[in-house]
Design a protein around this ligand. Structure first.
Ligand code: NAD
Length: 323
């Protein structure tokens, strides 16, 4: 009896402590100067801008932008991303075509489909949803896309132009991050930016862009990766941190300088039996504990992911104007 009472009392205290800690964090978030970089708000601004320009396109009887997406297999996350891209095309008045292949598609079949899209005068932008199955050579596939239709900006020709600061298609996720920094007028010149991750689609391009002689840019950039030593010490020197490594909750509060800007690119599906979908989306940042230390931070979901789609739409619109 007494043991049971003590246990119940212990549970009650534990519950109160957890609730109090949560409440304290909420209060701290409310009073500190931290601002959320809201992907919903910024992506809506970008999409509204496209919709306005589409009115002009229709008025002038000009060509409607057309995005063709290739999806291979039935990976849940890829399905969701492609469905969202197609839906967003419709929302801003673009045409879209979705071409699907089974997981075991042969490389030559895929290359043939890309060649058809390259030749199709009506198609302005081509995107191949990554990752690709093991039998497909990613480099070969990306290089087979006509650079003028490479709205993902992954073709080596466009990457080279980006590195040289020439006008080109900038990969959607890094471009979305720049749009966000610009929207919130975040000062970047002379700041120390630390990018965690060096992939061709996020880490490498954003590190080049943040170091470019433009706004947003002019940062001093440090690129960290899986072999980096003293990552915590490097992060503590950062005015801006871009976390793009794909490890949920990796960036902890004790790795972040007071007042830093934190951009969370990570999106990982973490199992959660309480959710209908069976998972929740987690970023690379331990948001609850990092947020109170930041001047600005992106949430997951509702941050960079939405900007990626907005930037892709903008690239597709630009591609259609070249016609
Ligand atoms: P990737 O797997 O290609 O690259 C991961 C990078 O992280 C590598 O360069 C690796 O060196 C580095 N890394 C791994 N472990 C590390 C560690 N312990 N310390 C430091 N660096 C480490 O990943 P990616 O394609 O760049 O994607 C990264 C994350 O961003 C994923 O969660 C992905 O889902 C997400 N993502 C989101 C968007 C979006 O629109 N928000 C777009 C693309 C990717």
């Amino acid at each position: 009896m007494i043991g049971e009472k003590i246990n119940r009392f212990g549970e009650e205290i534990k519950h109160r402590l957890v609730t109090d800690r949560h409440r304290q964090q909420q209060i701290l978030l409310y009073f500190c100067a931290m601002q959320i970089l809201d992907g919903k708000v910024v992506s809506k601004t970008v999409k509204d801008n496209i919709k306005e320009r589409m009115l002009f396109v229709e008025e002038q009887g000009r060509k409607i932008p057309h995005l063709a997406a290739i999806l291979i297999g039935t990976n849940g996350a890829s399905e969701t991303y492609v469905a969202s891209k197609v839906k967003n095309c419709a929302e801003v008045g673009f045409k879209s075509t979705l071409i699907r292949f089974d997981d075991d598609v042969a490389e030559n079949i895929l290359l043939e489909a890309i060649e058809n899209l390259n030749r199709d005068e009506d198609v302005d932008g081509i995107l191949i949803q990554l990752p690709l199955p093991a039998q497909i050579n990613e480099e070969k596939v990306i290089s087979s896309i006509n650079p003028d239709k490479d709205v993902d900006g992954f073709h080596p020709f466009n990457t080279g132009k980006m590195v040289q600061g020439l006008p080109t298609f900038i990969p959607a996720t890094p471009n979305g991050i720049l749009m966000m920094l610009e929207h919130y007028k975040i000062e970047t010149s002379g700041k120390h930016a630390v990018v965690i991750g060096r992939s061709n689609i996020v880490g490498r391009p954003i590190s080049i862009l943040l170091g470019s002689n433009t706004y947003p840019g002019n940062c001093t950039v440090t690129v960290c990766h899986s072999r980096t030593k003293n990552l915590k010490d490097i992060c503590l020197q950062a005015d801006i941190i871009v976390a793009a490594l794909g490890i949920p909750g990796f960036l902890k509060a004790d790795m972040v300088k007071e007042g830093a800007v934190v951009i969370d690119v990570g999106i990982t599906r973490v199992a959660d039996a309480e959710k209908k979908s069976g998972f929740v989306l987690k970023g690379d940042v331990d948001f609850e504990n990092v947020a109170p230390r930041c001047s600005y931070i992106t949430p997951v979901p509702g941050g960079v992911g939405l900007m990626t789609i907005a930037a892709l739409l903008m690239n597709t619109f630009t591609a259609s104007l070249k016609k």
